[in-house]
Design a protein around this ligand. Structure first.
Ligand code: FAD
Length: 363
């Protein structure tokens, strides 16, 4: 089949690669001039274990499976990564109860390498930490997300697939037996393809509404939850990822490390109406308060506004966390079309596994 994948983020590239490996003729259409210019370059670059998500959900299944595939892919393709491990820390007894619940949830999800440890054991690993106990996850790690996307693109190109940059898909309609796709950009025009996968991230809903005959009721609402990061101006205090217990809409302001060992904090959760990428320095106050619950020695004046990312969520504040949505023909009645909605965290970890499921829908 001739397959068009819309969006050159980590998910679109993983889907395009999987389709090309399955023998299809694949093109990726991307609005911007490069790969990974959307959500995929504005995240924590954490390889998640798969602990938090309800058992049986797409997020639970694809995170754990995607993680295993991702470590194998990184090793085989020389993508920089480090299985540094992670501690989810409890500052008090109510938080310890939450951590125990997370252990049970993680075990039910089949996550390997989980262990509950006491405060002293946690401090033996990370001497700067203050906590009464922690859940240790040895399978968690970090990855060079851009290196990962370049490697996915490399596999795609090796199989003859290509990316059309500066090519925004504007609308499409099914003109049997193919999809007619209209795109803008400098060389605006249309093309006919056998199958389409919408991996447009924050743009997925807007695009779905421009598919002729697509049931509007089947387009889930897009809820924007910005995550702000603050960099740390000093020597890193930790060698593992340190997470507090999760909050509404996110995993809590955590310590993330990059592959150079630098430490930063975030993301928080800021519910917004419109896309905006400025980090308000005043949010630092809440960061200091939260971080000091597990790192009391955080020096004053050490946090500097860094970058932010926007989670393409399907649920709002106080609502039950929505799952990923993979909307294939059964969901909307149109042939050989898959829309991906709500691919927020852990979408980076899940990408390789999601890709396999999506390609399965097309054949
Ligand atoms: C703050 C934050 C922290 C996160 N941390 C983690 C983490 O640590 N670990 C983890 O596993 N996940 C994490 N995630 C989630 C992860 O980053 C995303 O799930 C993943 O990057 C989504 O990739 P994507 O390819 O679906 O979207 P994107 O990367 O946004 O790609 C979509 C692409 O589609 C293009 N596009 C849009 N509309 C059109 C159109 N009409 N025509 C053509 N192209 C179009 C866009 O330009 C964009 O390049 C985090 C997310 C956020 C916001």
């Amino acid at each position: 089949m001739q397959i068009l994948v819309i969006g050159a983020g980590v998910v679109g590239l993983a889907v395009a690669r999987a389709a090309a490996l399955a023998g299809h003729d694949v093109t990726v259409a991307e609005t911007t001039g490069g790969i990974g210019n959307g959500v995929s370059s504005r995240n924590s670059e954490v390889i998640h274990g798969g602990i938090y998500y309800p058992t049986g959900s797409l997020r639970a299944r694809h995170c754990a499976r995607g993680r295993r595939l991702l470590y194998a892919f990184c090793a085989a393709h020389g993508v920089a990564h480090r299985k540094c491990g992670k501690l989810i820390v409890a500052a008090n007894s109510p938080e310890f109860a939450k951590v125990e619940t997370l252990l049970a949830q993680g075990r039910e999800n089949g996550v390997e390498g989980l262990e509950l440890i006491g405060g002293n054991a946690a401090r033996a690993l990370e001497p700067e930490l203050s906590c009464i106990g922690a859940l240790s996850s040895s399978e968690s790690g970090i990855v060079d997300s851009h290196g990962l996307m370049l490697a996915l693109w490399g596999d795609l190109a090796d199989r003859g697939g290509m990316i059309a940059f500066a090519t925004p898909v504007e609308r499409m309609s099914f003109v049997a037996p193919q999809w007619r796709v209209h795109f803008g950009g400098n060389e605006a025009g249309s093309a006919d393809v056998d199958a389409v996968v919408n991996c447009a991230g924050l743009g997925a809903q807007a695009l779905a509404r421009r598919i002729e005959g697509y049931p509007l009721a089947a387009v889930p609402p897009l809820v924007l939850a910005k995550g702000n990061y603050f960099g740390f101006a000093g020597r890193p205090a930790f060698s593992r990822l340190i997470y507090p217990t999760p909050v509404d809409g996110g995993l809590g302001v955590h310590v993330t490390l990059d592959l150079a060992g630098r430490m930063r904090f975030g993301p928080d959760v800021e519910w917004i109406e419109e896309e905006s990428y400025t980090v308000d320095p005043r949010r630092a106050d809440a960061f200091y308060a939260r971080i000091r619950t597990y790192w009391p020695a955080l020096p004053a004046g050490s946090l500097v506004p860094d970058y932010c990312g926007i989670r393409p969520k399907l649920s709002g504040p106080g609502e039950k966390q929505a799952d990923f949505v993979i909307a294939g023909p059964a969901a909307h009645g149109l042939p050989r079309l898959v829309n991906l909605f709500g691919i927020e965290s852990p979408g980076l970890t899940s990408a390789l596994s999601l890709a396999e499921e999506v390609v399965g829908y097309l054949s």
